[in-house]
Design a protein around this ligand. Structure first.
Ligand code: BJW
Length: 241
């Protein structure tokens, strides 16, 4: 059974500024498949996710990209936040300076009550015009329009695919918080997708104490001061209580 070290307990109890970086693993206990390590989303109709979730595929076959995201929205519509999401949401009232940065596009942190979430890779519940970049909420019901009201061009999912830039300023905002934090948690990410995976390095270089929460070792485990081995929904509530 994983325990919390006295060093981490002391730091957690006294911290002013805390940053949490989450990845797909934080939603795994809600039933959202991760990208790496098995699950239904790793392959879609014979295509690996890094092929279908790519800038190239938007150019080549936008309807196929929509089919993949429509399927994932339909799955997500049946799922709910888990204890890890709720625990992280409670930390925004616990620490004077708290930042949540997520690579996830599922919106489950917000559903659990987290505010001001920095979403590095966009949100599956929004569409965006490929021409004028107007954004549309597509969280209500199954229907979504396929053309932009403003300019008539095609819509695409408002998410960051492989080979695409992050939304302007968003990484810089996360990096500023990483530079300012005393304690940084890296939860449920394989830590191989950049620039997100660079945030813990930035935090450590600025003097933060790094703690990973993951059932498996990752590309970032060696960088962390402490590794808590286990499911986020079990480990994180141990910290808060
Ligand atoms: C649990 C658990 C439980 C299970 N509790 N844990 C520098 C070097 C090399 C390459 C690059 C570089 N900089 C940029 C690149 C290229 C690329 C990249 O990083 N490639 C790497 C694969 C090498 N990056 C990009 O393209 C980014 N853009 C960019 O950098 O722009 C500049 C540029 C432009 C053009 C050319 C070059 C540069 C954009 C990245 C966008 C990522 N998009 C995706 C898809 C989003 C849409 C969709 O959902 O379809 O985002 S990819 C996918 O990976 C998704 C995730 O957010 C992201 C990270 O995955 P994550 O969250 O870590 O999940 P998993 O599945 O990998 O891991 C789950 C973990 O959970 C595991 O560790 C489990 O053990 C754990 N777990 N159960 C806790 N209960």
């Amino acid at each position: 059974m994983q325990t919390i070290s006295s060093e981490l307990r002391r730091r957690f109890d006294n911290a002013n500024s805390v940053l949490v970086l989450t990845g797909a693993g934080v939603s795994a206990e809600s039933g959202v498949p991760t990208f790496r390590g098995g699950g239904n989303t790793a392959v879609w109709k014979g295509m690996p996710f890094n092929v279908i979730s790519s800038a190239r595929m938007v150019g080549r076959d936008l309807p196929a990209v929509w089919e993949w995201f429509d399927y994932r929205r339909s799955l997500l519509g049946t799922l709910a936040p888990n204890p890890a999401h709720y625990e992280i949401a409670s930390w925004q009232d616990r620490f004077p300076d708290f930042t949540l940065v997520t690579q996830n596009i599922d919106g489950l942190h917000q559903q659990a009550g987290s505010k001001n979430v920095i979403e590095l890779h966009g949100n599956i519940w929004r569409a965006r015009c490929i021409n004028c970049h107007a954004r549309y909420d597509i969280s209500n019901g199954d229907s979504r329009r396929s053309e932009c009201v403003s300019c008539g061009d095609r819509l695409r999912p408002d998410v960051v695919l492989f080979g695409e830039m992050l939304p302007p300023g968003i990484f810089e905002q996360a990096a500023d918080s990483a530079r300012d934090c005393e304690l940084c948690f890296v939860v449920g990410t394989s830590g191989i997708v950049y620039p997100a995976a660079g945030l813990p390095e930035i935090a450590k270089a600025a003097g933060a104490y790094l703690c990973e929460v993951n059932p498996e070792r990752t590309a970032l485990s060696g960088l962390c001061h402490e590794v808590l081995t286990g499911q986020a929904g079990e480990i994180l509530p141990m910290l808060g209580h």
